[in-house]
Design a binder for this molecule. Structure first.
Ligand SMILES: [Mg+2]
Length: 265
């Protein structure tokens, strides 16, 4: 059981010594999914966009028979990447109102009132502390607005666990989740900190964008099922590993680094 491995407290201090690995482990970690649970915000956004559509329709004398999905069903559909248009159809949104409904979702999802619904995932504090204490360099690489990510990490006292936090200036990028954007962002951070492609560098994230970013930049990848994609969906992208959450992934990275170090030394 990877989770049960005992960790040598002195392990993290040996990197770069004679006989040790020349590639100290590095973890690039995504934000939404591994660190933050956004499921409540996304669900509330969906419910509010439906309500707004209903209200506007009533004002013009049109009564829509909307049938909101429950949170579990909604999140299952998101995890299996069911298109938003299909979610709208299942919720009773008529075809001629799709565009209006989707525009409402995009406009609402980054509203400050809804951003406060984001919560830290269980075990995140332990996971980041474990990696940090083992001398593993941690970078945050997210399509979330950088200021938002910094503010949330600061609020939880986790900012100092990271060597650097890199996000975007675009408040809608995380919702669009563009793979190309993530690939480039990871490449830029690796360039900036002169980190070579290697098996001891890991990209940990919850979507295909994270897996593709790691694979394109030739580092190992761990896909997490604690976010917005299902196990079945993530399997298609052949990540190096699939774990349930960041804590489980952190234990594995530490285990691998320890094994590599013992082999080299
Ligand atoms: Mg994510």
């Amino acid at each position: 059981m990877v989770n049960a491995i005992a960790i040598d407290p002195g392990f993290g201090h040996g990197w770069g010594r004679k006989g040790r690995s020349l590639n100290p482990p590095v973890v690039f970690c995504d934000f939404d999914g591994p660190i933050v649970d956004v499921s409540d915000r996304y669900y509330q956004t969906y419910r509010m966009a439906l309500s707004a559509l209903q209200t506007r329709s009533s004002k013009t004398g049109i009564s829509l028979s909307l049938q909101p999905l429950d949170k579990q069903h909604f999140w299952q559909m998101k995890q299996n990447r069911v298109p938003d248009i299909d979610i709208a159809t299942r919720s009773g949104v008529p075809e001629e109102r799709f565009e209006e409904f989707l525009a409402g979702v995009t406009q609402l999802v980054n509203q400050p009132a809804l951003l406060h619904r984001d919560r830290l995932q269980a075990g995140v504090r332990w996971a980041l502390s474990l990696l940090h204490s083992q001398g593993i360099r941690l970078f945050l690489v997210t399509l979330r607005c950088q200021e938002q990510a910094e503010e949330i990490l600061r609020r939880h006292g986790l900012e100092d666990k990271f060597v650097a936090i890199r996000g975007t200036g675009d408040r809608t990028a995380a919702y669009k989740n563009q793979s190309e954007h993530k690939i480039q962002l990871l490449a830029d951070v690796m360039d900036e900190y002169a980190i070579a492609s290697s098996e001891s560098a890991w990209m940990i994230g919850d979507t295909e964008a994270d897996v593709l970013a790691g694979q394109t930049n030739r580092i190992s990848t761990i896909a997490l099922t604690s976010g917005i994609r299902s196990h079945k969906y993530l399997m298609q992208f052949s990540p190096t590993r699939i774990h349930s959450d960041l804590l489980s992934a952190a234990h594995y990275v530490v285990y691998r680094a320890e094994t590599a170090s013992a082999t080299v030394g």
